[in-house]
Design a protein around this ligand. Structure first.
Ligand code: SF4
Length: 98
């Protein structure tokens, strides 16, 4: 194991309640990956009846593959925080801005 000390954007809220990492509209993954190069969808999402137990931790954005976003630098997000919503039924980064 390594200890990583770095600042990354916080996932301030997530509407995708079907996700294993989602508890009470919060993401409890260590970090999420966003996008498929074009669409800023949450790439860490997976649907599960079982949800995270460790709710002390709030997720950060570990990587983002959406290079065209104004917050994207070298495939990393430089926004202070991101908000994940489900406008079309899928978990999408709403902080994305072309
Ligand atoms: S941000 Fe992604 S990984 Fe986290 S709860 Fe939402 S859909 Fe799941």
């Amino acid at each position: 194991m390594i200890t990583i000390n770095m600042e990354i954007p916080e996932v301030s809220a997530c509407e995708e309640s079907r996700c294993a990492y989602n508890v009470d509209q919060s993401c409890h993954a260590r970090a999420i990956t966003v996008g498929d190069g074009v669409n800023p969808m949450c790439d860490t999402f997976f649907s599960s009846a079982t949800h995270a137990h460790n709710t002390r931790r709030i997720a950060g954005v570990g990587a983002c593959k959406v290079g065209p976003c104004k917050y994207n630098d070298d495939f990393e997000c430089l926004a202070d925080h991101v908000r994940i919503e489900t406008p079309n039924g899928a978990a999408r980064c709403m902080t994305f801005a072309a």
